[in-house]
Write a new protein. Structure first.
Length: 308
C-alpha cells in the first residue's frame, strides 16, 4: 500500500525542506502534502507550492484537539522538528492517533550514540515506538537513522568543506583522524524517506538506517584537497578535552562557541564519538538495499559536483 496524504511538521527546516522537495519531486506517485510551519511564516518552496496545504501552528502551545482536527484524513505524520518543538512530538503523536493517522515518523534522524563517561556502558531509547496506538496495531512507525549529514551549508565548523570563498579549510577533529564514520547526504536521506512512504510494507514498524558514505577525516581531507586545490588544516582535539566540554560547555575553545546551530557540547559529543571509531553502524544495521533506487552520494561525488 502506498500512502497518499502526508503531514510534514517543520517543513521550513533544513531537513524538513529537503523532505518537502523530495515529496514534491517523487516520480513514483503524487502525494497530498500538508505542511506544518511556525506562526506568521510562509512555506519556503519555490515550485509546486500550490500542491501543498499549509497550517501555521506554534507547537509549544498547540492543543491536542486542534492538531487532531488538522490531521483528519492524513495517512502519515513525518516530523522534522528540532529544538524546543521536539518536545511537542508526543502531543503530535497523540493527536495523530486521535485522527486515525496510520504511520508516524519521529524526528530521530541521526545516530543513537549515547554519551559515555569513561568506563560507562551505553543504551538506546525511543518512546514513540511504545505508543499505545502502535502497540494496539492502529498506528505503525518508521524510524530512519542516518550518518552525520555532511552537506549542511549553514554549519561552518561542522561541515567546513561546504564553505565557499575560503583560501583553506580547517577540520576540527576529536581523537583519531583515521577513524571512519557514517555520513549521509541530505538529498539521499530525503529520497530514502520518500521511497519508504511509497513502499509502506517494507518500512512498517521498522528502524532503518541510510548512510551515504563511510569515511575518515583524513580521507575526506585528501579528497577535499584534490578537488578544491586548497589546503586542509587539521586541529586535533583530545578526548580529555571532549569530556571537559561535555561537563562544562563554557570550556570549549572560543572559535567553536556558537559556531553551530547545535549546542557546542553536542558538537563535541558527536565529533568525539566519531574520533573513537564508534560512529558507524555494523553489518545488518544499514538498510540501503531495501530501496535500491536511492543512490548514495559519496564525498568524492559531492566534491566532484561542487568543484566541477
Ligand atoms: N544526523 C545529522 O547530522 C543531523 C544534522 C542536523 C539535524 N539533524 C536532526 O534532524 C532533525 C531536524 O533538524 P533540522 O536541522 O532540520 O532543524 P531546523 O532547521 O532547526 O528545523 C526545525 C523546524 O522546526 C520548526 N519549529 C521549531 N520550533 C517550532 C514551534 N514552536 N512551532 C512550530 N514549528 C517549530 C522550525 O520552524 P522555523 O523554520 O519557523 O524556525 C523549523 O522549520 C532533528 O531531529 C535533528 O536532530 C540531524
Amino acid at each position: 500500500m502506498a500512502f497518499k496524504t502526508i503531514a510534514l511538521f517543520g517543513a521550513n527546516g533544513q531537513i524538513g525542506n529537503c523532505i518537502l522537495r523530495a515529496l514534491l519531486g517523487c516520480k513514483r506517485q503524487s502525494f497530498n502534502i500538508i505542511a506544518f510551519i511556525s506562526p506568521n511564516k510562509k512555506l519556503q518552496v519555490a515550485e509546486q507550492a500550490q500542491h501543498v496545504e499549509t497550517y501555521n501552528f506554534d507547537l509549544t502551545t498547540a492543543r491536542r484537539e486542534d492538531l487532531a482536527a488538522a490531521l483528519k484524513e492524513v495517512d502519515v505524520v513525518v516530523s522534522a522538528l528540532n529544538g524546543k518543538a521536539l518536545k511537542a512530538q508526543g502531543l503530535i503523536q497523540d493527536a495523530a492517533a486521535d485522527a486515525g493517522v496510520k504511520r508516524f515518523y519521529p524526528s530521530e534522524y541521526g545516530m543513537h550514540n549515547i554519551y559515555r563517561k569513561p568506563g560507562e556502558s551505553e543504551g538506546v531509547c525511543s518512546s514513540f515506538l511504545r505508543h499505545p496506538a502502535v502497540n494496539s496495531g492502529k498506528m505503525t512507525y518508521t524510524l530512519i537513522g542516518c550518518g552525520d549529514f555532511y552537506n549542511q551549508d549553514r554549519e561552518k565548523v561542522w561541515c567546513p568543506w561546504t564553505q565557499k570563498d575560503v583560501d583553506s579549510y580547517t577540520f576540527h577533529i576529536i581523537g583519531d583522524a583515521d577513524a571512519k564514520a557514517d555520513y549521509t547526504h541530505l538529498d539521499d536521506f530525503a529520497a530514502y524517506l520518500v521511497a519508504s512512504l511509497c513502499e509502506s510494507e517494507k518500512s512498517e514498524n521498522a528502524m532503518l538506517n541510510f548512510p551515504s558514505d563511510h569515511i575518515s577525516h583524513n580521507e575526506i581531507a585528501a579528497l577535499l584537497q584534490r578537488y578544491s586545490g586548497r589546503p586542509v588544516k587539521k586541529d586535533i582535539i583530545s578526548h580529555e578535552e571532549m569530556h571537559r566540554v561535555v561537563a562544562d560547555p563554557s570550556q570549549a575553545p572560543r572559535e567553536l562557541q556558537g559556531a553551530s546551530s547545535f549546542p557546542v557540547d553536542f558538537w563535541f559529543l558527536v565529533k568525539g564519538i566519531q574520533g573513537e571509531g564508534r560512529f558507524w553502524r555494523p553489518k545488518g544495521q544499514t538498510h540501503n538495499h531495501l530501496f535500491p533506487e536511492v543512490q548514495r552520494t559519496t564525498f568524492e561525488q559531492y566534491f566532484q559536483q561542487r568543484f566541477a
